[in-house]
Design a protein around this ligand. Sequence first.
Ligand SMILES: O=C(O)CCC(=O)C(=O)O
Ligand SMILES: [Fe+2]
Length: 309
Amino acid sequence: MVYAIAPLQDGLGFGKQVTGLAPSDIEDEAVRRELRHHWLQDGLLVFRDSEVTPEFQIDLSRVFGELEVHPIPELVTDGTPELITLVSDQNREGLFEIDGKPSIAFLPWHSDLVFTDRINHGGVLTAKQISSWGGETGFIDQVQAYDLLPDDLKTEIEGLDIVYQLCVNPGYSRYGTRSKVRTLRTSDFEKSVGPRLDTDYPPVVHPVVFTQPDTGRKVLNISPFGALHILGRDDEAGHALLQRLVDHLVSCPAYHHSWKPNEMLAWDNWRMAHSVSGAAPDEVRIMQRTTIMGDYGLGRKLSALQAVA
Ligand SMILES: O=C(O)CCC(=O)C(=O)O
Ligand SMILES: [Fe+2]
């Protein structure tokens, strides 16, 4: 079977689906170039009807760049450091009530590694165990979000930065979600990582707007989950502005991926905000992801800025 590339969804404005890609296809440099082109141009690639194995997932990830080991050791997979494993299991990980409904897996809109000063360029995600309901992975295009901003906001946010810190519970993030989140069971992740947040994951700063090096397009570079405040504007007006930007971002066109077997998702993390909807609490959902290295060069540690000031 020859693989095929098509738009992901009519009228969406981002994303491609790639059907029937085989491991042998990515030995060809022309295929690798084509995939890289769409990854950068379209932001999100949905691979369907591929024979998914960890080896193929890792080899496919290397089409887009070198891989790095994720900076949170709790997530790194034993024996396969190229992969993180994200387990949602109410007996080990968090159980939440989202707007009154018990759920696992819920993750607010975010960019990966925004809590470090070097945001990775992307990831390739697979589902090891799928939920019978929920657990959809959502995507919003931040290039489109920038283009859709009113002109006055485009002017107002030029040159602004946002302070971020790793957030270990969706209910703690001021800008994570408008849903009402109640923790029914504290996750093992929160218990393990929470106490060493300030030592291992101190606050960092990223610009609100960044220009994609490969295309010259501007990106509304906001990760609601983990955002603390606009740098130097931790006041009512600053929070109102950030809330307005977050409200705009999450109202932009979104794609919600409902997982089936033999699928992989690849996204450009410098441009695609993503989220996970709450899933069936009495089941176990397991995902695995690679972390594709890169540095857009604009992140800084807050302590470094304060030392200069
Ligand atoms: O579990 C998912 O569907 C996505 C989790 C996520 O945010 C990620 O892999 O970066
Ligand atoms: Fe993520």
